[in-house]
Write a protein that binds this ligand. Structure first.
Ligand SMILES: [Ca+2]
Length: 196
């Protein structure tokens, strides 16, 4: 129990830091790095895990992009080590054949029904001509599984080079908030809080 409380406390501190002014995006934790990735099929050596290797390199030949076969309803799925409250997801496209990222849905949830492709949708993305890496806000949607999915029946390869996920374990965040509220009530009542 002690170690769980310590982990929750550390995550709570990170959440508070995250919300504090001046806390840069670069210092946030990309939780995708601790997950595992699979996809509907693999083509040309484009392994699913290439898109969670921490490398944004958009050049296909550098072996850091994932790629399915040309197929209808292609999907890629990230499994996180727990249920996370997801604030933002960054997706880095390839620097060629960029249109293949068009009409790709980002789904978040706990169900594996239809390979996770029935989970609630955070966004539909398209290639952004202005930048290879784009950020979508998911506003605290919760889930263990994050899918990138093209619902079209047209056979097409699903390709991209990196997916970064920013969020927190909701149970720990709730625990930290509950502890803080208890301490404030205790202080307001004039009693010295335990452990103070
Ligand atoms: Ca990569």
């Amino acid at each position: 129990m002690g170690s769980i409380r310590l982990i929750c406390s550390l995550i709570g501190v990170l959440v508070l830091l995250w919300k504090s002014p001046g806390f840069s995006a670069a210092s946030r934790i990309n939780v995708a790095l601790s997950g595992t990735a699979i996809q509907s099929s693999t083509s040309s050596g484009g392994l699913a895990e290439h898109s969670i290797d921490g490398n944004n390199d958009p050049q296909w030949e550098h072996n850091s992009c994932s790629c399915t076969a040309g197929q209808a309803r292609a999907w890629w799925r990230l499994e996180l080590p727990g249920v996370y409250r997801v604030s933002e997801i960054e997706v880095t496209n390839r620097n060629s054949n960029r249109w293949r990222l068009n009409n790709v849905e980002i789904l978040i949830g706990d169900s594996l029904s239809n390979n996770g492709n029935d989970n609630p949708r955070c966004a539909i993305i398209n290639d952004d001509p202005g930048c290879l890496t784009q950020t979508v806000k998911c506003w605290g949607m919760e889930g263990r599984f994050i899918n990138l999915y093209r619902s079209s029946d047209a056979p097409e390869s699903l390709q991209f080079c990196e997916v970064k996920v920013y969020g927190a374990l909701p149970n720990c965040a709730a625990s930290v908030a509950k502890t803080k509220a208890h301490r404030e009530r205790t202080l307001a009542s004039g009693h010295k809080p335990q452990g103070a």
